[in-house]
Design a protein around this ligand. Structure first.
Ligand SMILES: NCCCC[C@H](N)C(=O)NCC(=O)O
Length: 466
C-alpha cells in the first residue's frame, strides 16, 4: 500500500507568512482605532467638555460588553464556527462600532443632531457625546477583542510545529506599529485646519474597512487549508467537538488562572496607562500634546522590535516564565520613575524604553504559553477566558485612574476647561496605582515559576523540539 502525504498550504513559508500579514493588518488598523483619541485628552476637555473621569469612563467602555459576557460567547462562537466566520464577524463589529463613535463626537450630533436629546436626558454629568462615543467603543471593543482571540487561534492553526511564537510576536509587532502610527498621526491630523477630534477618528475609521478586506482575503486561504486538513482528518484524525461544560476545566485549572491573573495585572498597567500617557507627559513636562505624543510613540516601537526576537528566542531556547518576571520588574520600575522622579525629556525617554522592553518580554512569553497549559480544542475558549479576565482590569483601571486623577487634583479640570495658563494635572497618585499592579504581577510571576518547576508544565522549555 502506498501512503501519499499531502503538502498543505501552510507548509509553504510564503503562504503562511502571507496569511500572517493579512490577519495582522486587521489588528494593525484595529489597534490604531483603539488609541486614536488617547493623544487628544486635552482637546476633548476643551472642545467636548470631557473631564478626566469622563475620559476614564470612555477608556473603560471598550471592554464593558466583553466583561458582561460577550467575550465568553465570542470564545464559544470561535470554537464552534471557526476562525473565518468569527474573524469576519469581529472585523464587521469593529467597523460598526467605529461608525457610532465617529457620529457621537461629530459636530452634527453635538449640535443637537439625531439622538442628541435622548443621550442628553440621562446621566447628565456626562456629555451626550461621551455617552454615544462609549456605546460605539463598546461595540468596537467586542469586535477587537473577538478579533484578538481569533487571530491567536488562527496563528496556532497555521503555525503549530513551525515558528509559532515568532509568528505571534510578529503579529503583535505589527499591532504595536499601529499604536506608533496613531500616536504619530492622530495629533497631527487633529491639527490640520481648525483643531478637531472628529477628523482623526474618521480617517482611522476608514482604515478599519481596509482591515476588514484583508481578513476577507485571509478567509480564502484558510478555506483551502481546511479542505486539505479535512482530508487528513478523514484519514483517521477526527477533531473533538467543543462542549460548553469544558469551560469548567479552564476555571478549575490553578495554573491557567494564575496566568490569567498575571495577564490582568500586567496589562491593566499598560493599556490604561497608554490612554493617559500623553496627558501625563504633557502635564509633567509642560509640553504640547503633539510633543508628548512624539515621546510616547516610541514605547510601542521598542516592543515592536523586540517582541519577534524574543518570540524566536522562546521558540528555540525557552525561558518563558523568567521573561514574564523580568517584564513585570521593568514595568514597575518605569511607573515608579514617572511617579517619583522629577521628569526631564531624557528621563521620560529612558522610562519609555524600559516600558517598551517590558512590553515585549511579557506578551512574547505569555500568549505562546497558553497552548502548553491547555489542549488545542479548548484554545479558543482559553484565550477568550484570559481576555475576559484581562478585560475586567482594562475596563476598571481607566475608570479608577481617571477618577483618582480628578480627586487628587481638585479644581484642575475646571482650570483646563477655562484655558488657565499653566494648569496641569499631578500624576503621582495614578502612577503609584500602576506601580502597585506591577509589583503584584511580579509576585504572581514568582509563584508561576515555582509551579512550573514543581509540576513541569514546560513554560521554561523551547517550543520547537530539536
Ligand atoms: N484593545 C486594546 C487592548 C487589547 C487587549 C487584548 N486583549 C490583548 O491582550 N492583546 C494582546 C497584546 O499584547 O496586545
Amino acid at each position: 500500500m502506498t501512503e501519499t502525504i499531502q503538502r498543505k498550504i501552510n507548509d509553504s513559508a510564503f503562504a503562511r507568512w502571507t496569511a500572517l500579514v493579512l490577519i495582522a493588518s486587521t489588528m494593525f488598523f484595529g489597534y490604531m482605532f483603539v488609541d486614536v483619541l488617547s493623544p487628544l485628552k486635552n482637546l476633548l476637555e476643551t472642545s467636548r467638555g470631557w473631564n478626566s473621569t469622563v475620559f476614564g469612563l470612555y477608556g473603560g467602555s471598550e471592554f464593558i460588553l466583553n466583561v458582561c459576557g460577550f467575550l465568553i460567547v465570542a470564545g464559544i462562537i470561535l470554537d464552534k464556527m471557526g476562525v473565518r466566520f468569527t474573524g469576519l464577524l469581529s472585523a464587521s463589529l469593529m467597523v460598526a462600532g467605529a461608525a457610532v463613535k465617529t457620529y457621537g463626537i461629530s459636530e452634527y450630533f453635538c449640535q443637537g443632531g439625531f439622538g442628541f436629546e435622548f443621550f442628553s436626558s440621562f446621566l447628565t454629568d456626562i456629555p451626550a457625546s461621551a455617552k454615544l462615543a462609549c456605546l460605539g467603543f463598546m461595540i468596537f471593543g467586542c469586535g477587537t477583542e473577538m478579533a484578538g482571540i481569533t487571530v491567536s487561534k488562527a496563528i496556532v492553526k497555521w503555525f503549530t510545529g513551525k515558528e509559532m511564537a515568532l509568528a505571534m510576536g510578529l503579529e503583535m509587532a505589527i499591532a504595536r506599529l499601529g499604536v506608533f502610527a496613531v500616536f504619530s498621526l492622530s495629533p497631527w491630523v487633529a491639527e490640520l485646519g481648525s483643531p478637531s477630534v472628529v477628523r482623526p477618528v474618521a480617517v482611522v475609521g476608514v482604515l478599519l474597512c481596509i482591515g476588514l478586506l484583508t481578513f476577507l482575503v485571509f478567509t480564502v486561504m484558510d478555506r483551502k487549508l481546511d479542505r486539505q486538513t479535512g482530508a487528513a482528518a478523514a484519514a483517521g484524525e477526527p477533531e473533538e467537538q467543543f462542549k460548553v461544560s469544558d469551560l469548567r476545566r479552564l476555571f478549575t485549572s490553578g495554573t491557567f488562572l494564575t496566568v490569567a491573573a498575571l495577564c490582568v495585572l500586567y496589562y491593566s498597567a499598560i493599556f490604561p496607562f497608554q490612554r493617559f500617557a500623553t496627558d501625563m507627559l504633557q502635564s509633567n513636562l509642560g509640553i504640547t500634546a503633539k510633543q508628548a505624543s512624539d515621546i510616547f510613540r516610541w514605547f510601542p516601537i521598542g516592543a515592536m522590535v523586540l517582541t519577534p526576537l524574543l518570540g524566536s528566542y522562546l521558540d528555540h531556547r525557552g525561558k518563558g516564565a523568567t521573561m514574564l518576571l523580568l517584564g513585570a520588574i521593568l514595568m514597575t520600575a518605569c511607573h515608579l520613575i514617572f511617579a517619583l522622579v522629577p521628569l526631564t525629556p531624557l528621563i521620560a525617554y529612558s522610562a519609555i524604553i524600559l516600558l517598551g522592553i517590558s512590553f515585549s518580554l511579557v506578551p512574547a512569553a505569555l500568549w505562546p504559553s497558553v497552548p502548553k497549559l491547555i489542549e488545542n480544542r479548548l484554545l479558543g475558549s482559553a484565550y477568550a477566558v484570559i481576555f475576559w479576565i484581562q478585560n475586567i482590569g482594562l475596563m476598571a483601571f481607566p475608570i479608577i485612574i481617571g477618577w483618582s486623577l480628578n480627586v487628587s487634583n481638585p479644581g484642575v479640570a475646571e482650570q483646563i476647561k477655562e484655558g488657565v495658563e499653566g494648569a496641569a494635572y499631578n500624576y503621582t497618585v495614578p502612577m503609584l496605582i500602576f506601580s502597585c499592579l506591577g509589583i503584584a504581577a511580579f509576585l504572581l510571576g514568582l509563584w508561576l515559576k515555582a509551579q512550573d518547576r514543581s509540576k513541569g508544565y514546560g513554560l521554561e522549555l523551547p517550543n520547537i523540539k530539536k
